[in-house]
Design a protein around this ligand. Structure first.
Ligand code: RP5
Length: 162
């Protein structure tokens, strides 16, 4: 995304193609902030070898942060956090009969030493995953910090209008 030449700074992995619509708002924020990213479908349980390879190649691909989004008791974010020292943001998706509670718990309840920064369930969480990724990247990127400030100021303006 952003430019075909720029390496993706964020690897956004989803557990199933059926989860893709929930990702749109968050990915739109990354686009707005001009953060190059790539979207990949991979499941910790159904394509474990693909997840393993992605995690091990993450830094080679240019990724600085991983967003892992999936529904049910998915363990996708934890599978990445177990294999790389990159920060992992977990995004629970409400795709099962427990409306995302299963996903939330399997994402957030990590054992000590293997953190997953977990955001809220669904598209609002997707937006927060993108903004959190931007905040981490902005630690070393003043231009991005300026874009982030502008984005946050826009949020305030939206509240005033309503
Ligand atoms: C999870 O199982 C996926 O992330 C998805 O949310 C859920 C159902 O997957 P599909 O049956 O739609 O592929 O692993």
């Amino acid at each position: 995304m952003v430019s075909k030449k720029s390496k993706p700074l964020v690897g956004w992995v989803v557990g199933s193609a059926s989860d893709l619509p929930v990702m749109n708002k968050g990915r739109a924020v990354l686009d707005k902030l001009q953060i190059p990213h790539e979207l990949i479908v991979a499941s910790a349980h159904r394509t474990p070898d693909k997840v393993d390879k992605l995690a091990r190649d993450a830094e080679k691909r240019g990724w600085k942060i991983i967003v892992a989004a999936a529904g049910m008791a998915n363990h996708l974010a934890g599978a990445f956090a177990a294999r790389t020292q990159l920060p992992v943001i977990g995004l629970p998706v409400a795709s099962g009969s427990l409306s995302g509670l299963d996903s939330l718990l399997s994402t957030v309840q990590m054992p000590p030493g293997v953190p997953v920064a977990t955001v809220s369930i669904g598209s609002a969480g997707g937006v927060n995953a993108a903004v959190l990724a931007a905040r981490i990247l902005a630690l070393n990127d003043k231009a991005l910090l300026a874009r982030l400030d502008k984005y946050v100021a826009g949020l305030g303006a939206a509240v005033k209008k309503s």
